[in-house]
Write a protein that binds this ligand. Structure first.
Ligand SMILES: C[S@@+](CC[C@H](N)C(=O)[O-])C[C@H]1O[C@@H](n2cnc3c(N)ncnc32)[C@H](O)[C@@H]1O
Length: 260
């Protein structure tokens, strides 16, 4: 690694939320996703992340964000589809590579087999709308191949802004939902969802409860992601999370290199 930037591979990279944080942590980043990602800001390879057409050992760090639908709250929706759990296969591939790694997923995901697990939330990084109207609650779990000693705490206040796909829990009435579309029908599902419309922020009253509506721009500012559409945002992590983990990985990367 001497004389060059460390290289990170971002598997299941989406539109690049995690990649941007790794870039900010000092990595030269390459992303792999099975779908085209025209907004992805770094070198991109369209491929199956479980069969990447690259030599994993040529990277210093591997990030993986396998799809979370199998474990997200949305799996309880009446019309939810079956989703495969790609975490075990992903972990096996990363352990086999011998490269330092992090696997990202939602709170209920079966992570932690390496014994190194950390939960991050937007409030740990002061993420909020630029007018301070709402803070970003976006809990994500990270299993790493190395320990992370510095463990920030959630700083939840209210109202909160969550960015996820269409489901709002009762205890989160003031949470903003970033969905890939604007629900327009009047079913219980869409009335429970707080939508980001891309227009003016407003307050709605539904069943005598007041809900805030936020603009797409609010979600972009709170996430620290200006280059994505709503679809990308709803799947992404704030770059602040991967920057934090990428920096924490540096000692493990240096140790691996010293023993190589
Ligand atoms: C949760 S999103 C990743 C979001 C990304 N970490 C970010 O912060 O922007 C998961 C991504 O995995 C991709 N995906 C699903 N199955 C895949 C596979 N077998 N190989 C590669 N990518 C896959 C999806 O297209 C999706 O973009």
């Amino acid at each position: 690694m001497q004389g060059r930037k460390p290289r990170a591979l971002d598997l299941f990279c989406g539109a690049g939320g995690a990649s941007m944080g790794l870039h900010r942590a000092g990595f030269d980043v390459t992303g792999v996703d099975i779908k085209p990602q025209p907004r992805y800001p770094f070198q991109f390879i369209q491929a199956d992340a479980l069969r990447p057409p690259v030599d994993l050992s040529s990277f210093d760090f591997i990030w993986a964000s396998p799809p979370c639908q199998a474990f997200s709250k949305l799996r309880f929706m009446p019309d939810a589809k079956e989703h495969p759990n790609l975490i075990p296969e992903t972990r096996a591939m990363l352990v086999e590579s011998g490269v330092a790694f992090a696997i990202e997923n939602v709170e209920d995901a079966p992570l932690g087999e390496t014994g190194n697990l950390i939960l991050l939330c937007g409030t740990m990084f002061g993420l909020q709308t630029s007018d301070g109207r709402a803070e970003l609650w976006r809990h994500r779990l990270f299993e790493t191949s190395f320990p992370i000693l510095l463990r920030p705490q959630c700083q939840h206040r209210s109202p909160a802004l969550g960015v996820y796909g269409g489901h709002v829990r009762d205890r989160c009435r003031n949470v903003l939902t970033v969905v890939g579309h604007t629900p327009v029908d009047n079913t219980w599902r869409s009335r429970r969802a707080i939508t980001v419309t891309g227009h003016t922020a407003q307050t709605n009253t539904v069943r005598n409860r007041e809900r805030q509506t936020y603009r797409t721009e609010d979600a972009k500012q709170a996430m620290g992601i200006e280059w994505m559409t709503m679809a990308g945002l709803s799947q992404a992590i704030p770059p602040a999370y991967s920057e934090f983990i990428g920096r924490a990985a540096m000692p493990a990367i240096a140790a691996t290199e010293a023993t190589a």
